[in-house]
Write a protein that binds this ligand. Structure first.
Ligand code: FES
Length: 267
């Protein structure tokens, strides 16, 4: 028959532990450990919660950039880019501004829209690329890339990323071409020009002579492209969209490309 162990006193004094006062039940060591554990727990919780909020919440946040006027169409060339500064997020002041490089569609560079299945058919001419607007954000880690006129390439100073004239990766660590923005043409009063449907006359559709005088350009949402310049919903830098990349890095629910624009279904 096992002997019952005598019940231990709860007082530090009875247990031979040095205490601060008579009747003390918690030792200083235990108190300090408890305090250290609670403090550590609060600190870890704070860091973990903010990290989780950033990771989980970010995909559901979408900044509605709307359409931004970047000036008259006739000030935009078709053989080189001109920089334009636009505000992506008005709430963040200067930080919300970005530089886009714009030029008009050029059949010789971008492909003829009437050639079906051609090498450049992925980027078909439509109402959203009458003016091509290329983001300056490098697709390696997001540094600002710059269009160098003499080289006719975009160069990123951070790790030597190089993009060709159309923004496709030509060298260095970037994983996909520079992102682009939808653009549209509007009249002087801001009403959009009617796009040209196939085989139909219209106001805008890669037909410069038909564009009315005073036409202005607006830049809208950002979208991403793969090496074939197929459109995808916007992705952050560092996410490839060629091969299996498009499946490994799906789009976030609130960051879809404009409806009814060419590209990969569901992307
Ligand atoms: S951020 Fe542009 S090459 Fe690294």
């Amino acid at each position: 028959m096992s002997e019952r162990r005598p019940e231990q006193s709860k007082y530090t004094l009875d247990r031979g532990i040095p205490g601060a006062f008579e009747g003390e039940t918690v030792t200083r060591r235990r108190l300090m450990s408890l305090a250290a554990n609670v403090t550590g727990g609060i600190a870890i919780g704070g860091v973990a919660l903010s990290a989780a909020g950033f990771a989980i919440g970010q995909p559901f946040v979408e900044v509605d950039t709307g359409w931004h006027d970047i000036g008259p169409l006739d000030e935009i060339p078709d053989e080189t880019y001109v920089p334009r500064v636009m505000t992506l997020d008005p709430k963040t002041g200067q930080i919300g501004k970005t530089t886009v490089y714009v030029r008009r569609w050029n059949d010789g560079i971008d492909g003829d829209k009437d050639v079906p299945g051609g090498r450049k058919a992925a980027e078909r001419a439509d109402q959203w690329n009458e003016v091509i607007a290329i983001s300056s954000r490098c697709m390696h880690m997001g540094c600002p890339a710059r269009f160098v006129q003499a080289a006719k390439h975009f160069i990123c100073p951070c790790h030597g990323g190089v993009y060709d004239f159309r923004g496709s990766v030509a060298g260095g660590p970037p994983v996909r071409p520079l992102d682009r923005f939808y653009t549209r043409l509007v009249r002087a009063d801001g009403t959009p020009l009617r796009p040209v449907a196939d085989g139909e006359a219209g106001e805008a559709g890669h037909l410069g002579s038909r564009v009315p005088a005073g036409t202005r350009v607006q830049v809208g949402k950002r979208f991403s492209v793969n090496q074939e310049l197929r459109r995808f919903s916007p992705r952050p830098p560092g996410q490839p969209l060629d091969g299996l990349g498009e499946y490994f890095f799906p789009s976030t629910p609130t960051m879809r490309k404009l409806p009814a624009t060419p590209g990969i279904p569901g992307s």
